[in-house]
Design a protein around this ligand. Structure first.
Ligand SMILES: Nc1ncnc2c1ncn2[C@@H]1O[C@H](COP(=O)(O)OP(=O)(O)OP(=O)(O)O)[C@@H](O)[C@H]1O
Ligand SMILES: [Mg+2]
Length: 256
């Protein structure tokens, strides 16, 4: 079955975004005047030290957190909270244990007011896309970690968002599963033509998946830096230029 996307856009503009948190009477500045344009269909990875504000930035993009100053524009419209054009994938897929895979995936669409039969049809399509057609009637506890995360991805795709926001989606998976999932996510991103913003602490994952990598500064007075990853896809992790990107990115963090 074909699901034709009309006028898909998903262009994001961050304008002078700033965010501070109050922690025991002290103000902690997390983001300072972040400006960035993310192209429609681009894959942007966000990396940075722990506490550098990656999750905060993603939550602001999702509309789950408000910025103190500045704004987020999607297709030139300022956002005012969460929106149907965005879907978020967290580190844990947060499936409902009493629902089957199919019901979990259809759920997001049903709560948005979709017709139940149509929601299940579309859910089946995305369950197949993530390679779980045979597990549509299984319950979450019958799945491995990687399979559960794939269900989470199918659930996000079923609402056909313009923008996928992912916060360390493979952080809890073992190394082998993670590599497979990165390859699958790359394929899905290409097929679905969505804009993707991926927070990760895995620098190699960032280089494998992203068109550009945004490096958040550890020092709050520093500025974010973007690095263009100019490599053909699908990418080969052992290729000389890939290895060079990895070296360069590691160096940004004082690593070798
Ligand atoms: N709700 C909150 N209230 C107070 N402080 C917060 C809140 N959320 C985040 N922070 C602070 O903001 C800073 C950035 O947190 P954030 O979760 O964005 O970091 P991160 O880059 O995602 O880190 P990690 O790699 O560990 O996930 C941290 O110092 C954290 O203590
Ligand atoms: Mg985080």
């Amino acid at each position: 079955m074909e699901y034709v996307q009309t006028s898909r856009k998903g262009e994001i503009a961050l304008r002078d975004l700033s965010k501070s948190f109050q922690i025991s009477g002290r103000s902690l500045r997390v983001l300072r005047n972040v400006n960035l344009d993310i192209r429609s269909g681009e894959c942007l990875a966000i990396v940075g030290a722990s506490g550098s504000g990656k999750t905060t930035l993603l939550r602001i993009l999702a509309g789950l957190e408000a910025a103190d100053a500045g704004k987020v524009l999607i297709d030139s419209e300022p956002i005012t909270g969460v929106g149907n054009e965005r879907a978020v994938i967290f580190q844990e897929p947060r499936l409902l244990p009493w629902l089957t895979v199919l019901e979990n995936v259809a759920f997001g669409l049903e709560v948005r007011g979709g017709d139940a039969r149509h929601a299940k049809e579309r859910a089946r399509h995305y369950i197949s896309l993530v390679g779980l057609a045979e597990f549509a009637d299984a319950y979450p506890k019958q799945l491995s970690g990687g399979m559960a995360q794939r269900v989470g991805i199918a659930r996000a795709l079923t609402v056909q968002p313009e923008i996928l926001l992912l916060d360390e989606p493979f952080g809890a998976l073992d190394a082998m599963t993670k590599l497979t999932m990165q390859e699958e996510l790359e394929r899905i991103w290409r097929d679905e033509n969505v804009t993707m913003v991926l927070v990760t602490h895995d620098l190699e994952e960032a280089i494998y998946l992203a068109d550009r990598v945004l490096v958040l500064p550890k020092n709050k007075d520093g500025n974010p830096k973007t690095i263009e990853i100019d490599l053909a896809r699908p990418r080969d992790r052992s290729e000389t230029r890939f290895v060079q990107y990895r070296k360069d990115l590691f160096r940004e963090f004082g690593l070798h």
